[in-house]
Design a protein around this ligand. Sequence first.
Ligand code: BG6
Length: 484
Amino acid sequence: MVSRVIPVDDFDLVIFGGTGDLARRKILPGLFRRFLSGQMPETSRVIGAARSEIDSDGYRQMIREAIAEFGGAEAQDADGIEQFVQQLHYIPVDAMGDDGWKELHSLVRFDAINAFYFSVAPSLFGALAERLHTYKIADGDSRIVVEKPFGRDLASAEALNATLAEHFDESQVYRIDHYLGKETVQNLMAVRFGNVLFEPLWNNHYVDHIQITVAETVGVGGRGAYYDKSGAMRDMVQNHLMQLLCLIAMEAPHQFDADAVRDEKLKVIRALQPVDPHHIVRGQYDADGDHPSYRDDAEDPRSHTESFVAMRCEIANWRWAGVPFYMRTGKKLRARTSEIVVVFKDLGHSIFPGDEKRHRNILSIQLQPNEGIQLQVTIKEPGPGGMRLIDVPLDMTFADALGPDADDSPDAYERLIMDVIRGNQTLFMRGDEVEAAWAWTDPIIEGWQARNDVPKHYEQGSSGPEDAMMLLHREGRKWREIRE
Ligand code: BG6
């Protein structure tokens, strides 16, 4: 397979929060990889902007170190790093004041694409947008990139959207949900809309239920203070899991373009039914030997914030009426895995005498870490003994099927930043989508607060609280085992 790297047009990317964690861990190592691949033009520049009073040389040194730490195998390429850092610049900028803005204005080129990455607290979005406008640094062609959390409820998301809209058109705003940049997440669309095989079965006539699992082994230690104000619902469900749900459930867009895709996703979110409180289980991980509990990590012995959530949702439209969508996500679980499982209905009648098992076709789409697709099919058990049936997986692990090329794809941030430069918003959330997602999650969170709901305990390294198992068991179903 030939890898086709098409260089993007020349650009200046200004990163507000350019010395921060995200910039050092993800954005700059990601850009470095795109530089090495030949996708980032040699004339393009990355301009770090933050409060620290360092100069461009100091910034280059900081980023050399960041690449050494977070750059993966490519960090061995010392010559490559030296060439890349020559494309970096730095300007100390005061987001709330006037310092640095004139200098930024004189540095940014207007004959190249310019993009501004707000890798800062959302409370600064308004100040940055206003100053970019006042100092005439951004114009109608500039791109604005914003990170999650995009608000913490509908009202705050609306306020952020309104702030950005004062100075920028929606077509200029790129709201990042890094799950949309993952290779296999895009593959969901390729599988669904590039094959004739699945579409006729992709509805409530043939699908029994769908499971979406995003399990992590890490806890919240180190970011407990932030996380405790958020919880799994705000941190993972409102964005990443709902985006996966949309891609699995949406109708085919008439073409693969930004608004056509996002229109269809929005319809799914709007069709989501309010969730019955009995259909949600929240959890918090317990201490385990030397490993602190969630409450220790959050530094709040009485915290009621969830590090795990599982729920049963329904989408009220013709395609999906009556089909449960079970979603779960949590920290400190048995394995790190993200998987979508489509469980088809059983046949209803078996023609094979003695075959009492209810065979089901199950399509499982593994998003990470071992990307691939498996389809469970029923076949005859080989050998004598009559027509005994067994279920076996048709396995397509991408690393096996695609060889080394499977590893070669850009990571989520790299892909998304290149899409910003290309001006392609397909993999970014539109303002109305984010608001609709909050409109669905807000009543759930408000319900917990009103009832003073206390999360169930679960053991570290488990699959979450027992009640999460019951969510399916009581309907005669069962979660897929969480494993890599
Ligand atoms: C982030 C969440 O958006 O996604 C984190 O804030 C979470 O809590 C992370 O750990 C998971 O991302 P990934 O790419 O490691 O699955």
